[in-house]
Structures are given as C-alpha cells and as structure tokens.
Design a protein around this ligand. Structure first.
Ligand SMILES: Cc1cc2nc3c(=O)[nH]c(=O)nc-3n(C[C@H](O)[C@H](O)[C@H](O)COP(=O)(O)O)c2cc1C
Length: 344
C-alpha cells in the first residue's frame, strides 16, 4: 500500500516523502535576479522541515520587466555559479530542488499566443531549452515548465485566449503543439537523466467553454508518452491569485481533475491546491492514482509542516488560505509566530 511517507524515485531523483513545495514566488531575489541569503535560508528551512522536494519560485528565462518584483532569473550563463552555491546548501539536507522556468512577457506586458510569429515561437522554445541547460549545469535536479495560471504557455490551452489560426491554434492538438515541441527540444538538450516536469492548468475556471481541461488531458497524455518525469496539476488564471475556485470541495480542490488524468497516464501526477489535511491526502493516495501532494501557502505558514505531520498525524495545517502572505512586502505569513514549537 502506498503511504505519504514512502521513499520514491522519479528518474534519478529520490524523494523521502510525497510532499512537494510547489513553486512560490518569494520576492527574495536581488535586483539582478539572483537568490539572496534570505532566500537560501528559506529553502534550507524548508529542507530541514522535512519536505520531499522543493520547486523554486517562477524564474524568468529572458530579461523581462513584466514579471513580479524580485523574481529569480536564469536568463544567461552568468547566473549559474550563484545557483551552484545555493543548491549545494539544500542538497546537504538530502532534498532535491527543481527550478521552475517561466516566460511571462516582454517589454512590460504579458505576451499572448498571437503576439509571436512561428519564428519567434521557435526562438522561445530555444530560450526555454537554454534555461533548462543552465539549470542542469547549476546542479538542479530538474526543471519545471510553468504552463499554468494564465501565463504565456497556459493561454495556448484556452480556446478563448488562443486566437491563433495557424498550427498553434484551433483544434486541441494545435493548442497543445507549442508545449510539446518545446518539451521535445528541452529534453533533447538535457538528456533523460535530468528531471523535466510541468505544472499545467486543468482549468482556468473563468469560462465554461474554454476547453482547457480537454487540452490539458491531451497534453498530459502526449507528455507521458514522451516520458516527462512528472506532471503537477494546477488551476486558475488571470492577474489575481493563481488559485482554483472553491466549489465542490474546501480542500484538495482539484482532486477530480488530477485523479482523472492520473488514471490515464503512466507519469506520476502531483496535485496542488488547498492540500491541508493529512488524513484526506492519505485517502486520496489510496483511492486515486495521484502520487504527490504539493503545497505553497501551508509552507509559508509552517516551513516544518511535514515534520509536524510525521510526528502528529492529526495536525492540521495552520494555513487558512487567507492570502495575507501575498500582501506583505516580502512573501511571509503575518500570523506566523516564529518559532512555533510543537512537542515532538
Ligand atoms: C505567494 C505566492 C506565490 C506564488 N508563486 C507561484 C510561482 O512562482 N509559480 C507557480 O507556479 N505558482 C505560484 N503560486 C501558486 C502556488 O504554487 C499554488 O499553486 C497555489 O497557491 C495553490 O496551492 P496552495 O493552496 O497550497 O497555496 C504562488 C502562490 C502564492 C500564494
């Protein structure tokens, strides 16, 4: 029987449990996009707190004023040494670390699918591949392609937002094409021993007819056949909070979508979005083929959450999903009294 504290392997990556820190823009890079001491400390804190794998905050792949303030960058080779230092510190605690690579836009506005010509798309795929290669050189265990939350790649999936009339728009295979071509190029550059992951929207939840789930399913099946290492199911779009709406469920809100996709593909499925309760996640692990549970806000509140769960099964994440963490000068939970000690 699978348990949340199983040691598992994804390719050459070993995870000591099934909990993942989902990519979280920390607003802790310096003005050049390099990690600050504060950010390295944060990652080390998460590693010490017991998480199975860390995914960095969204990291830009081209110099770009469009992104969020103090975002990490991997836009050229000069970034490699700083990350090497950071990764060696995290690896000391036996925790793998994956860089989330992201394209937001150029020149101050979010790029939409019709903004780029086919030639520019080909260039952009190369830009992703270059970023992945740099992450590999820096010693990351893998990269995660950010195809969620209304960012450039995510818009391709949505039939309302992707207005292209060429091979990259229209029917579902066309809407999936750019992500697949880019994945192939990334894989050809980093080889099979380096982790390649994707975070992908199962729904934008703005418009019932957007056909996002249909495209997501198709893309996940194709990526699985192409041996991607892991697929993180997410949802929600737009400039607001990148969160799925609450409706049917209060917790683990994307469970039906993630379970459906996990049923269809070989690749391990990770699910993010309101995972708060250990007992519920154990049940989902038992009843579905979802393999990993990722969290963002709960780790802002309790970086040592996994350790707490390990010692106290009934412990409930203290995070109330209030989003106050996003309204601070840097990303932090104002309700976190440091340190919150528990009997162990
Ligand atoms: C402060 C903050 C920053 C985030 N930054 C990113 C990011 O850089 N990349 C990303 O894919 N998702 C990002 N997210 C979304 C989370 O990874 C996650 O998908 C979402 O918060 C739902 O999970 P949760 O309920 O565990 O917080 C961010 C969320 C928050 C609250």
């Amino acid at each position: 029987m699978r348990t949340l504290f199983d040691t598992t392997r994804i390719g050459s990556i070993t995870l000591k449990n099934r909990f993942i820190r989902s990519a979280t823009w920390e607003s802790m890079a310096d003005q050049t996009g390099r990690p600050t001491r504060q950010l390295v400390d944060l990652y080390e804190g998460l590693a010490l707190g017991g998480v199975g794998m860390i995914i960095t905050g969204a990291t830009i792949i081209v110099p770009d004023p469009t992104g969020l303030p103090e975002m990490l960058s991997i836009a050229d080779d000069r970034y490699i040494p700083t990350y090497q230092e950071m990764i060696s510190k995290i690896h000391r605690h036996g925790v793998p670390v994956v860089m989330q690579i992201t394209y937001v836009g150029r020149g101050g506005t979010w790029t939409t699918p019709t903004d780029l010509s086919e030639i520019e798309l080909r260039d952009l795929a190369r830009t992703y591949a270059n970023a992945a290669e740099r992450a590999q050189k820096a010693g990351f265990d893998g990269i995660q392609i950010h195809a969620g939350h209304g960012y450039f790649l995510s818009q391709f999936q949505n039939s309302g937002k992707n207005k292209r009339i060429d091979r990259y728009g229209g029917e579902v295979s066309n809407r999936a094409r750019f992500i697949l071509e880019m994945y192939d190029l990334v894989r050809s550059r980093v080889g099979n021993d380096f982790g390649v992951f994707i975070k992908i929207n199962c729904g934008d939840f703005e418009d019932e007819d957007d056909r996002v789930f249909e495209t997501c399913r198709y893309t996940c099946n194709q990526l699985s056949e192409r041996k991607i290492d892991g697929i993180e199911i997410t949802g929600g779009a737009g400039n607001g909070l990148p969160l799925p709406p609450r409706g049917k469920y209060e917790e683990s809100v994307l469970r039906d979508y993630a379970a459906m996709i996990a049923e269809e593909i070989e690749t391990p499925v990770m699910m993010v979005g309101m995972n708060r309760d250990l007992i519920l996640m154990s049940e989902l692990l038992e009843k579905t083929k979802i393999s990993y549970f990722s969290m963002s806000r709960p780790f802002i509140r309790e970086p040592d959450l996994v350790m707490r769960w390990k010692n106290h099964q009934e412990h409930k994440s203290a995070c109330t999903s209030c989003n106050a963490c996003r309204k601070q000068e840097i990303i932090r939970c104002p309700f976190r009294s440091v340190p919150e000690k528990m009997d162990t």
